[in-house]
Design a protein around this ligand. Structure first.
Ligand code: 5GP
Ligand code: ZN
Length: 115
């Protein structure tokens, strides 16, 4: 756990969140400011700064996030209608939380590059 990391605190149960899926190495919960009818964040339980860090430092964990996102899509009932998976990186992408997280967006027709 990384001190003062919001998502580490959610994983630890110190900050409440609406959890929709629990994996061995992942946790998925609803985004507090949804940008689509379904907006879920899938995070690794262990702290990694971003997707690149996951890919280089934690073999398999990126796969686990995508697999968990697929499970979330299934339980949200959006597997057939479709959904978008997003990793924001850096200020131009509006990144605000520095614990890797995969956005799962769907449940409605999305704009080409976001809502
Ligand atoms: P980023 O822009 O860093 O990719 O996305 C961070 C996301 O975390 C945002 O969509 C924001 O709404 C969400 N978020 C920020 N604080 C909280 C929180 O305390 N709880 C939950 N569930 N989501 C949060
Ligand atoms: Zn963290």
């Amino acid at each position: 756990m990384s001190a003062d990391c919001l998502f580490c605190k959610i994983v630890a149960g110190e900050i409440p969140a609406t959890v929709v899926h629990e994996g061995e190495r992942t946790l998925a919960f609803r985004d507090i400011g949804p940008q689509a009818s379904t907006h879920v964040l899938v995070v690794p339980r262990e702290h990694h700064e971003d997707a690149l860090a996951l890919a280089t430092d934690a073999p398999g964990l990126l796969d686990d996030l995508v697999t968990a996102a697929g499970e979330v899509a299934k339980s949200e009932g959006i597997t057939e209608s479709g959904y978008r998976l997003v990793f924001n990186t850096g200020p131009d992408a509006g990144r605000t939380v520095f614990h890797a997280h995969l956005h799962v967006l769907g449940g409605e027709q999305l704009g080409l590059f976001g809502r």
